[in-house]
Design a protein. Structure first.
Length: 282
């Protein structure tokens, strides 16, 4: 087994969690790629809301199923369904394969009749970056924006130039800067790490919908989130930044953490508010 394949198996084993009993999943396709559709069996949840979720994993590992419990936690606040996309991974498929897949998925949702005012996007880490890039590319293509987006620990600066790359080195329990550099090198395959569609912290974010960004204070990517929020604000985007003390990268993945549960609750309510209100309570 290749080193990449081993990493993917280890990542899946570390982070995959059972789905809540009330959430059903089914395989589907979206934008020409495999995807996982989630629906809840709660009463009165057959509505038109759609969540497009983009998983993390440094553009190299991860899958729709690994982070499905995050998708499900957000879905409980919506009246409808969620679709998590298995976009192509590096190094087999380098940039811009993943952004191409994500835009194709977004476009297919719109073409299938999904109301953009009932559509929201969320993602973690690399997936959060892809969510931003998808919205940028959709805007540039003249497509309507979704109602809102939630970004968990966005990896939006592939140049590794944030101050927290050094100040949080040794504090971050998951990564050293060299780990991120290796992942991003696989993805970029020699491409420009500062290109706006690779590192949207350097992009024009004008016209994007309201954003909620959550990040832990203990992560190397802290300044990615802080600077992305600043960039969004400078471009007249409504943005909420939450820095949660003493939490690691994508701390929302920890299904036994009170901080994770609270953050996911806030994120779900943020989306529900932009979609017109809370849908149901467990």
């Amino acid at each position: 087994m290749s080193n990449i394949a081993q990493q993917r198996e280890q990542f899946a084993a570390m982070f995959t969690r059972p789905l809540p009993a009330e959430v059903g999943s089914s395989a589907t396709t979206l934008g020409g790629r495999p995807a996982l559709e989630l629906r809840t069996a709660a009463p009165g949840t057959a509505g038109e809301d759609v969540l497009l979720y983009l998983h993390g994993g440094g553009f190299v590992v991860g899958s729709a199923r690994v982070t499905a419990h995050l998708t499900a936690a957000l879905l409980r606040h919506l009246d409808g369904r969620a679709v998590s996309l298995d976009y192509r991974l590096a190094p087999e498929h380098a940039f811009p394969a993943a952004p191409d897949d994500c835009l194709a998925a977004y476009r297919e949702l719109l073409d299938s009749g999904v109301d953009p005012q009932r559509l929201v996007i969320a993602g973690d880490s690399a997936g959060a970056a892809l969510a931003v890039v998808t919205m940028m590319r959709a805007r540039d293509a003249g497509l309507p924006m979704p109602a809102a987006a939630v970004l968990f620990s966005p990896a939006v600066d592939l140049t590794l130039s944030g101050a927290s790359m050094q100040s949080k080195n040794g504090v971050d329990p998951f990564f050293a800067p060299a780990d991120l550099e290796w992942l991003f090198d696989q993805y970029l395959a020699g491409g420009d790490s500062a290109a706006p569609e690779a590192s949207p912290v350097f992009a024009d974010l004008t016209g994007l919908p309201p954003l909620l960004i959550q990040v832990g204070s203990n992560e190397l990517l802290l300044d990615d989130a802080v600077r992305l929020a600043g960039r969004a604000g400078a471009d007249e985007v409504a943005v909420t930044l939450e820095v949660v003390p003493r939490q690691p990268h994508v701390f929302q993945l920890d299904d036994e953490s009170a901080e994770a549960a609270a953050a996911l609750e806030r994120a779900g309510r943020f989306l529900a508010t932009r979609l017109g209100g809370e849908k149901w309570e467990s």
